[in-house]
Design a protein around this ligand. Structure first.
Ligand code: BGC
Length: 760
């Protein structure tokens, strides 16, 4: 079985299942994302999220605050649903093609991750008995990120007669909303002001303004039909409608190719000119060439990024699915990052969170460092707004990154589990230092990373407080959103400590390299850098002597434990059934918090403490967030709890494919997808990136024959193949020293070295 082909057979008309498939089979390339809706539409009364998105293209809507206190966000950015280019109606004489009438004799949907396409193949019999085979292929091009290709092939199986294909380009579309779910927009806002379509050279172009954000984008569509016949193209309001009519003979196949383009004025000076140029180049190249380019791009991606499992086909395919989606979701320029739902839906309104830095960036750092660098450049471009945000929040110096955002402004409306999550500063700093450790890219550190490190460190100095000889952080929220505004959240304090110590370290490294311009630019003196270090070293890390664990924060262990036995199963996620304050007063964690700290900052504690902590927090964590199981899997691996590690891993790996949380219809869970990668590489293979190099401690999960992957460190690639008794490491290209199970090995370029695995 090819793990790079994910297929689903049969037609299930259930509305939620279909909306989930719109997400699973969406097409994205880091810039554009298009949900896989049925081109021909759905019957009246059926819901669908017919979404098309451009990374970083947003509208603004009012943030309604019931009581408007000082500094609360007044408006928020929302990714907008842009023009619909996927709609196609097909008529056979008087009958219209739809899977919801007549009989579906066969239906398959495929995501081919080697070819970078999705496909839908249907064999359908109309109510009058006409049999048709429909084959749809869709692709968001990685090589030409503005381009989307849709190929619609129709075969008349048992009849001859007229056919009419109506291909639409619809300018006026709206975003999805659901007033009952806090994880999507609660009300429908009109974001778009589309212009009248222009018809040029057989193509249609619609320029659309998003008045509140001032952003404009242009969508373009060119239809190319395989059979001569009658053809009309007309403008109807803010849509363009291209109709093809011809006679079809029995056994004949006709093909409509829809070449589509999206340009926006955050990236293009003249959106229409660019759209025309990019579209005509794509049409001239032709679909075959575009499909070939896609395959070549993906060959190189998989060569760098493949995580191959032998012995469990289904898991192997689901892992590829997760990795593919990460690549399809990641912004590649300084105005875009990776949204919580990637480009697959409108959940969390297209916002970027800490998910990108803490859960996803590790995958890119180790496999595609250029993308990791681009993610840093995005945060660097938001530094000015983070400084402003810090002032709004009362800080005299430094920068505070917003909890959720598109352009760097705070878009969180509920500050206890939003803006109060100051750990985001430490998370971004952590991503900067991890990228540096993996690449030793001094230039990026000097040009972007250092300023981020210094300004976030300044914020900690301003926000923290000295309690005798202890430096403490009060009134902040850690990763667990069921426990808010607390003192000394263990994770936050460790992230801040790391941030402070690294700010001082980076200052020294850059000064020695004669590259201290970031410090000069912002007036950072040696003595201020020394203050960072002093505070970092004095950072208070709560520890409970009695239980021998790190409490999540100062008050956590004094609270009542949540009544799990008395909580009905259908009351999860708790956030949809209990008042936040009620949750805050209990020991109940939505997601890994202290356990996350034990993974990220493992060296801060002994394994004995980590073991006791893991046992303790496991009992009170609901995993209501998708950011949780993967982390429990990693720490279980570290502790030798292999069955548990595997169980949590499976939960993460199938999260979207099994719609475990029941909301995949709103988009994929990108942080979890990055977590799946980490649970394998950091969990099963025990990988760690440290100042003294790369470490491994691999084992093979029960039931697998072998797994393999490659990582990149300081320009050298290392191939790792883990089998039951031993693992084989090969340095590709140049020699490399690595540490395995604590011992150092010198790998000679191209020479595999087999090292026994530790038994449990
Ligand atoms: C989690 C956050 C996460 C956000 C976006 C929330 O449910 O609690 O940690 O950043 O989802 O994925």
């Amino acid at each position: 079985m090819n793990p790079l082909v994910y297929a689903m057979d049969g037609f299930n008309p259930d509305n939620r299942a279909l909306m989930t498939q719109e997400t699973i089979f969406h097409n994205a390339n880091g810039l554009i994302g298009i949900r896989s809706c049925f081109e021909e539409g759905y019957p009246e009364g059926m819901a669908s999220i017919r979404g098309t998105y451009i990374n970083g293209v947003y509208g603004i809507s009012e943030m309604k605050q019931a009581e408007k206190l000082y500094g609360f966000a007044e408006e928020k950015e929302t990714i907008v649903n842009v023009a619909d280019v996927q709609s196609i109606e097909v008529w056979f004489g008087g009958e219209r093609f739809t899977l919801f009438e007549g009989s579906v004799l066969n239906l398959s949907r495929v995501l081919d991750m080697e070819a970078g396409i999705t496909a839908r193949k249907a064999h359908w019999r109309s109510p009058e008995g006409k049999e048709v085979k429909v084959a749809v292929t869709r692709m968001a091009s990685f090589e030409r990120p503005e381009v989307f290709l849709l190929e619609y092939a129709l075969e008349a199986v048992n009849f001859s007669g007229p056919i009419r294909i109506v291909s639409k380009h619809i300018g006026d579309v709206v975003n999805y909303s659901n007033p009952d779910d806090p994880r999507v927009a609660s009300e429908s806002v009109k974001h778009l002001s589309p212009g009248v379509p222009e018809l040029l050279g057989g193509a249609s172009y619609i320029k659309t303004l998003i008045p509140r954000s001032g952003i404009s984008f242009c969508s373009g569509v060119k239809n190319v039909f395989s059979k001569p016949g009658d053809e009309t193209i007309e403008v109807s309001g803010t849509s363009a409608v291209h109709t093809f009519s011809c006679e079809l003979s029995e056994g004949e196949t006709v093909v409509l190719r829809k070449y589509c383009v999206f340009t926006d004025d955050r990236r293009h000076e003249d959106i229409e000119k660019s759209a025309i140029a990019i579209l005509s180049e794509a049409v001239d190249a032709g679909a075959e060439a575009l499909l070939l380019e896609q395959r070549t791009y993906l060959d190189s991606f998989w060569d760098r990024s493949m995580l191959k499992i032998e012995g469990d086909d289904s898991l192997s395919s689901s892992i590829c699915f997760n990795l593919y989606q990460l690549m399809a979701s990641a912004g590649r320029d300084q105005i875009s990052s990776i949204a919580a739902k990637g480009l697959s839906g409108e959940g969390y309104e297209g916002h970027y969170f800490w998910d990108a830095e803490m859960y996803i960036q590790p995958f890119f750092i180790l496999t595609n460092p250029e993308i990791a660098k681009s993610l840093i450049s995005y945060r660097y471009s938001c530094l000015g707004k983070a400084r402003k945000n810090a002032r709004i929040m009362g800080h005299k110096s430094g920068a505070l990154y917003p909890w959720r955002t598109i352009t760097g402004s705070e878009c969180s409306g509920y500050y206890p589990s939003g803006s109060a999550q100051y750990h985001i500063n430490g998370d971004i700093a952590y991503a900067v230092t991890s990228y540096y450790l993996a690449t030793k890219d001094l230039e990026t550190l000097a040009n972007m990373g250092a300023e981020i490190l210094y300004e976030t460190a300044r914020l900690w100095l301003d926000a923290g407080t000295w309690n005798g000889s202890r430096f403490e952080l009060h009134d902040m929220t850690g990763p667990d959103e069921y426990t808010c505004i607390v003192n000394n959240n263990y994770y936050t304090n460790l992230a801040a400590k790391h941030n402070l110590l690294w700010a001082e370290k980076a200052h020294k490294i850059l000064k020695e390299a004669g590259m201290g311009f970031a410090a000069e630019k912002i007036g950072l003196s040696d003595s201020e850098a020394q203050d960072f270090k002093t505070a970092g070293l004095a950072m208070y890390l709560p520890y409970d002597e009695k239980l021998g664990i790190n409490p999540q924060d100062d008050s956590f262990l004094t609270k009542k434990v949540w009544d799990f036995e008395g909580t009905p199963k259908d009351h999860y996620p708790l956030l949809l059934h209990y008042h936040p304050l009620h949750l805050y007063r209990h020991q109940v964690s939505k997601q890994a918090d202290t356990v996350l700290a034990h993974f990220i900052f493992q060296d801060a504690q002994s394994l004995d403490v980590i073991r006791r902590s893991f046992d303790y927090y496991e009992k009170i964590t609901t995993h209501d967030s998708s950011l949780s199981s993967c982390i429990f899997s990693i720490v279980a691996s570290t502790l030798g709890l292999r069955d548990k590690a595997f169980k949590y891993f499976g939960k993460s790996a199938y999260y979207d494919l099994f719609d475990t949380a029941g909301n995949t219809q709103d988009g994929i869970h990108t942080a979890n997808m990055g977590g799946v990668y980490m649970a394998a590489v950091y969990g099963f293979a025990g990988f760690r990136l440290k100042e003294d190099g790369v470490h491994f401690a691999p084992y093979l999960p029960e039931g697998w024959t072998r797994y393999s992957f490659k990582i990149q460190h300081e320009g050298c690639r290392i191939s790792v193949v883990v089998e039951k008794d031993a693992s084989v490491f090969t340095a590709l290209g140049k020699s490399k020293n690595i540490k395995v199970n604590g011992a150092e090995y010198a790998l000679e370029a191209g020479k595999p070295v087999s090292i026994p695995n530790l038994s449990n």
